[in-house]
Design a protein around this ligand. Structure first.
Ligand code: FMN
Length: 231
């Protein structure tokens, strides 16, 4: 086998190569090189949540949450599954379009090119409310077939808050195991269960208390709903 010395000098000849002193690159030092990064100033980016509705029962909780976020001036990016739209029509007098209008942005569940599909889209967390056992299972196995499961997957990989308002009763081994797995993966498992200690006078009282506690879990502490004060 023959080995030849590689000659990649412009002239094609080692003998003609430039002397070492002139060969020094003409560039700024590493410390002086200009890079494009500047800090996003505090408070410039609005607080924003991704909110996903799936086909479990409990659409009123999702509607109240969207109303609350709107009142709190928190930007919302909404994804409504096909079955969420159906359940909403069965359970309430609201149309899917009316609910979409509560959000600042709304995306089709099949639009995997929408902003929440990418980790580079910065937000403050995702709430799936109500969360069906089907979507729970998809998130658990990382099966990103639609924008809801993909956005949740992104939250987990980016270490962002992900709250699943899981709704089913009774719960099977599969449901419970999926919840435990996701809890250990960093998700908040938040079944939207009523707190009877508030002595509710209406379903609305229960819904408000659930939404208030859900917001607590997302780090948004509000007044205006019943909290336990020891009495
Ligand atoms: C009125 C109604 C209530 C439902 N409630 C639940 C429920 O509480 N939990 C659940 O996991 N699925 C429930 N389902 C079934 C889901 O809608 C179904 O599994 C669907 O495929 C979920 O899809 P999605 O997660 O993409 O929305 C309900 C369906 C209907 C029509």
């Amino acid at each position: 086998m023959f080995f030849t010395k590689t000659d990649d000098s412009p002239s094609g000849s080692i003998a003609n190569s430039i002397a070492p002193a002139q060969h020094k690159p003409q560039r700024p030092s590493l410390e002086d090189e200009i890079v494009p990064f500047t800090l996003i100033p505090e408070g410039v980016r609005p607080k924003r949540f991704v909110v996903a509705l799936t086909g479990a029962t409990g659409s009123s909780v999702a509607v109240r949450l969207l109303q609350a976020l709107r009142a709190l001036d928190i930007e919302t990016h909404l994804i409504m599954s096909k079955w969420a739209a159906t359940t909403l029509k069965m359970e309430t007098d609201y149309s899917p379009d009316e609910v979409r209008h509560l959000a600042d942005y709304s995306y089709a569940p099949g639009d995997l090119a929408a902003p929440p599909s990418s980790g580079s889209f910065i937000h403050d967390g995702m709430i799936i409310v109500p969360c069906s056992m089907k979507t729970l299972a998809a998130v658990r196995i990382g099966f990103c077939e639609d924008l809801i499961s993909r956005s949740a997957d992104v939250c987990l990989k980016e270490g962002r808050k992900l709250l699943l308002a899981v709704r089913e009763t009774p719960l099977s081994d599969i449901h419970l195991e999926n919840m435990l797995f996701l809890r250990r993966a960093g998700a908040i498992i938040f079944p939207p269960l009523p707190a009877y200690y508030i002595r509710p006078e209406s379903v609305d009282d229960l819904t408000n208390q659930t939404v208030g506690r859900l917001l607590d879990s997302m780090g948004i502490h509000t007044e205006g709903f019943a909290r336990w004060d020891g009495k």
